[in-house]
Design a protein around this ligand. Structure first.
Ligand code: NAD
Length: 495
């Protein structure tokens, strides 16, 4: 059995805890590797390496740090296909989806290449007579990232690109479900010239996470994952005096107004609802049909589903792969099972498709007349199940979304600019799409939801990432006029 190790000081390090987790091939259901689950002392070893590297790395010039990022960017681009296939083999999403994920990750490396510009501080000359005030940005020290299974390449890049470029050293705890891609990326960072100890990986589960949260030498923790764990990470990490950014789960609504182009909206709902088998934090989960669009929209979406090819990532024609584990697939299927008893109408039942029995497959499903109070509406399903909720008015649609516990992403489909503008004003959600179903901000903006989708106030990547990984030092400086010097410096004496 292949074993996936830790990465410390630019080298693979075998796990000594004696505990391992299974890594599956979701398309076949077979275990393809095991991953070492770090003990407290293994986490401590990674943090010690990062702490030692920090002194030198924070002193590295901005141009040196930018140079490493440029070289790393080149290497990731050169290895794009390999990385996409690696993601596909452990996560299950098809390689084209994985390549899309990687493209969004690469944007964050591009952003970090601009670090000399991004690290600039402020300067106020003559704040008082002979007094200047200026602020500089400095890195925090050792920072950690804890990441989810669903974007094993992109989400770590959201974090470590900015963290390293700003002069911190980094310890990544990837999802134990698909840990290989991080190891490959670590080797690319080494090839790019990143010194030992600047980027480290501890594979692990709750034991590793809890050590990260209470380790005295870790200054900040970045987390992306489900809401209960995000809440736990935020409360524990901040109680331990750390800076924490914690992004949680989602339930993203797509509002379709009566004037929308139905074909365009149906295409968007299908790609945003079922891409990556719905295992995206920005996936559309609920389509809110306003007025009389419900029947037309449900028909248009249902008509598209038989054409969506479900299969393993090794099949070049496959557009949607399996889910991450058997347990998760069964949990997602339970929402379809329970929907009729709660009064909803299962229009397309993905459990009925003939798919490889051993893989963790579930074909796209569509549930109509889903309402608040039903499990399929209230909870994050995180699978290829799209719900349709029918409302009479725009105001009802807004109320529905604003009342939901999550506020990650949302979208509106309309031809009316005024309605779209009103929506962006009214809606209590962090990321809004106007005729764009998955409004993930580009890397020079920042990513973050509202309500139970984000704990604390720190968004991720982009300018917010630079703020998160640096602290400001403000200097107030007085230099007397040289003309007053007791030594004759050659200035006209005023004394
Ligand atoms: P998860 O919360 O189960 O796991 C995330 C990380 O936390 C993993 O590294 C895992 O090892 C660790 N973890 C799990 N249980 C833990 C525990 N009890 N104590 C300490 N650490 C623990 O999430 P997941 O299933 O890997 O990912 C899917 C979830 O992530 C979904 O809810 C999805 O919406 C969310 N997500 C959110 C965003 C966002 O940007 N808001 C992005 C991607 C995924």
């Amino acid at each position: 059995m292949r074993t996936i190790n830790h990465w410390i000081n630019n080298a693979e390090v075998g796990s000594t805890s004696g505990n391992f987790g299974p890594v599956y091939n979701p398309a076949t259901g077979e275990q393809q590797a095991q991953v070492g689950l770090a003990s407290v002392s293994e986490v401590d070893a990674a943090v010690a390496a990062a702490k030692e590297a920090f002194t030198t790395w924070r002193s590295a010039s901005l141009s040196k740090r930018a140079e490493v990022m440029f070289r790393f960017h080149e290497l990731v681009v050169q290895n794009r296909d390999h990385i996409a296939n690696l993601v596909s083999s452990e996560h299950g999403k098809v390689p084209s989806d994985a390549a899309g994920e990687l493209a969004r990750g690469i944007e964050n490396i591009e952003f970090a290449c601009g670090i000399p510009q991004l690290m600039k501080g402020n300067f106020s000359e003559q704040a008082s007579t002979g007094v200047d005030v200026y602020s500089i940005r400095q890195p925090l020290g050792v920072v950690a990232g804890i990441t989810p299974f669903n974007f094993p390449a992109m989400v770590p890049m959201w974090m470590f690109a900015n963290a390293i470029a700003t002069g911190n050293t980094f310890v990544l705890k990837p999802s134990e479900k698909d840990p290989s891609v991080s190891m490959f990326v670590a080797d690319l960072l080494k090839q790019a010239g990143l010194p030992e100890g600047v980027f480290n990986i501890v594979q692990g589960d709750k034991v590793a996470v809890d050590r990260i949260l209470d380790h005295p030498d870790i200054s900040a923790v970045s987390f992306v994952g489900s809401t209960p764990i995000a809440k736990y990470i935020y409360s524990t990490g901040t109680a331990n005096g750390k800076r924490v950014q914690a992004l949680g789960g989602a339930k993203n609504h797509m509002v379709v107004l009566p004037d929308a182009d139905i074909d365009m909206a149906a295409d968007a709902a299908v790609s945003a609802g079922y891409g990556s088998a719905g295992e995206r934090c920005m996936a559309i989960s609920v389509v809110v049909a306003v007025g009389d669009v419900g029947d037309k929209l449900v028909d248009a979406i249902a008509a598209r589903l038989p054409k969506l090819k479900v299969g393993p990532g090794t099949d070049p024609d496959a557009e949607m792969g399996p889910l991450i584990t058997r347990e998760h697939r069964d949990k997602v299927a339970s929402y379809i099972e329970g929907a009729p008893a709660e009064g909803a109408n299962v229009v397309v039942d993905g459990r009925e498709n003939d798919l490889p029995k051993d893989g963790f497959f579930l074909a796209p499903s569509l549930i109509d007349s889903v309402k608040p109070g039903m499990k399929a509406y209230d909870e994050e399903i995180f699978g290829p199940v799209l719900s349709v909720t029918r409302v009479d008015t725009y105001d009802e649609a807004v109320q529905l979304i604003n009342d939901h516990q999550y506020g990650n992403g949302t979208a509106i489909f309309t031809r009316d600019g005024g309605a779209a503008r009103r929506f962006q004003f009214d809606i209590q959600v962090g990321m809004v799409g106007i005729n764009v179903p998955i409004p993930v901000p580009v890397a020079y903006y920042s990513f973050g939801g509202w309500k139970a989708s984000l704990f604390g106030d720190a968004n991720m990547y982009g300018p917010a990432g630079i703020d998160f990984y640096t602290r400001t030092k403000t200097v107030t400086s007085r230099w007397p006029d040289p003309a007053t010097s007791s030594v004759d410096l050659g200035f006209p004496q005023t004394r």
